[in-house]
Each structure stands twice: as C-alpha cells, then as structure tokens.
Design a protein around this ligand. Sequence first.
Ligand SMILES: C[S@@+](CC[C@H](N)C(=O)[O-])C[C@H]1O[C@@H](n2cnc3c(N)ncnc32)[C@H](O)[C@@H]1O
Length: 340
Amino acid sequence: MAQPAYDPRHFPVMGDEIIGMAAPRDGEIFVDGTFGGGGYSRALLETANCTVYAIDRDSTVQETALAMAAEFSGRFHMLPGCFSQMDSMVGEQGIKAVDGVMLDIGVSSMQFDDAERGFSFQNDGPLSMRMSDQGLSAEDVVNDFEEEKLANIIYQYGEEKKSRRIAKAITEARNLERITRTAQLASIIEKSAGYKRYIKGRKQIHPATRTFQALRIYVNDELGELRRGLAAAERILAPGGRLCVVSFHSLEDRIIKNFFKQRSGSAPQGSRHLPQALDKTESGNNESSFKMIVRGAIKPSKKEIEQNIRSRSAKLRGASRTTASPWPTNNTGDETCSGL
Ligand SMILES: C[S@@+](CC[C@H](N)C(=O)[O-])C[C@H]1O[C@@H](n2cnc3c(N)ncnc32)[C@H](O)[C@@H]1O
C-alpha cells in the first residue's frame, strides 16, 4: 500500500464544529476512533493540553501517527485496530474512562484517491476496497458470492434499484474472466445499468457509484462497526463525556440518529416505530445514557462545501454521557473486525 504523505495542514471535515462540540479542556482524555490524516487529533491537541488515543484499522496512517507522536510528545498515542474495540484497547493502556470520543465514519481522501486501494472506479486499480490489510476483498465478493447474495448486498448497502440486473451482469462476466480491476467492474456495471448517468437531485452520479459503495460497506462491515463502535463509546465515556460522530450517507446517519434517539430517551420504547437497527435487548426500560448536545444534525458551512466538495453530504451529531449505566447490547464479542 502506498504511504500517504504527512500533511500538517490537512483540514478535516467540520473541524471547527467538532472541536466546538467536543470542547476539549486541559487534562482531559480523548479517543479519535478514525485517525486517518489526523485532523481531529491535531485540532484537539492544539486546542487544549489534553491527551489523545487515536485508533485506525489502516496501517498506512503510521507515518502520520509517528510524526504526531513526536510533535505532541506524551500526549498522543496511536492504537492500531478497529474502533468497535475502543474500550478494551484504551483499557489496556490503563485508561478506565475518557472525556470524549470522535468518529468520522467512512474512507479517507487518502484511501479513496490511492488507486491501489481499489475504492474508486475513476482511477483503475486492484479490486480490494479493504481499509485494513486483512479480510475479504471486493474481488472475493464479486467473484465468489452467489448471484442472489451479491444482488442483496448491492441493494441493501448501495440502495441500488438495479441490483438484480447488475448482479446478473457480474456473474455472467466472471464466468468468462475473473474480475480483478475497478475499471473492469465499472464497465460491466455501466453496460448493464445503462450508459446514461443517474440523476440524483440535480447531481449526476456514475452508474457504478452505488455498487461500489455497497461493496465497500460490506467488505469493511462498516455498519456493524458503527453500531458496535457507538456501544463501545457508551461504555468508555465518563459522565459528561462527549460523543461526536460525523457520517456521510443516510445508512450511517440513520444508525447514529436512532442510537442517540433511543439512548437520550426521545425514541418511543417497545413500539412498532422502534428502529430495526437496534438490538431487541435494548428496548427495555433503561435510563437515558446520553443527553443531546444539539438537536438534529449539524451540516458543513457553504464556505466549507465550496472549499471541499466531499464535505457536502457530511452530518455531525453529538451527545454527552449521563451517569446512567451503558445499555445492554446483543454483542457476543464474537464479531470479527479486520483490524490491520
Ligand atoms: C474519514 S477518515 C477520517 C479522517 C480524519 N478525521 C482526519 O481528520 O483525517 C476515516 C478513517 O477511519 C478509518 N476507519 C474506518 N472505519 C474504521 C474502524 N471500524 N476502525 C478503525 N478505523 C476505521 C479509516 O481507515 C480512515 O483512515
């Protein structure tokens, strides 16, 4: 994997808003669960004399992390792995509770722009899409999964109406030749879904966009990681600790919104409106474990969108931890996480 260059001027999405919400103070401890280019970690460390434990499942962030550890000596610690395990990872460092957790869900620009990582259909590369060095790749999924399973993944995680047609085209194509490249897959999808680019609102999107999104989410178990990560944050946050989460599409935002709704007591309990995404064991009479910092989601400013078009779909939600016990979850501890 190519190493991303260390860039101390890296501007993270909604950096000001997230720092406003996290409100770091001297002596506090934070978890940056999605380190990436280190934008949130840096902003925290520069705003207060606090300590940051950063987590990332991508080993290529090490270069940036090493530079940051040298710059903020003793206040910055990199923990390689998945944020769903943040409570045990931080616990192993002798930390029982933290004052803030930030999550910036999805792939980083560095990952997306590196053709060798296989996230993009615009730059041809191997069909990997793995954030870490382990686990299933997109190549495994498109070549080895049954057509119906493939169609379900494309429908569920890509919200792609033409999922069956696309899955059929993929299975036909792979019978002739193994699909190993992003451009090869994009071309198969383009031929089956029609050359006309989709119109979403007034924005045109490439016909392969939704299928690529679906494969990426599936390969990295992004929604499972998010659900388990929110629950892990609930366990590790001290009373008054802030949980700040940025997401980029509706599937993620729905999980975050429902988690906060339920944990802050604003969701109807035990009703037919109970979000499917939440575990059944969570529907009991639990005390509110979070208090919303802001109602609804914060969106990037017009200025930020002009400067960084990728920020346009970002949403920031945040809540602070109460003194109530963490809610029970169905997590068995057996869930796999491809960390490094
Ligand atoms: C959107 S980027 C974060 C960007 C970061 N806020 C910054 O300022 O540069 C997401 C990062 O989180 C990592 N990541 C995504 N899911 C993860 C997970 N479940 N556990 C650990 N790291 C994860 C990715 O590898 C990627 O580096």
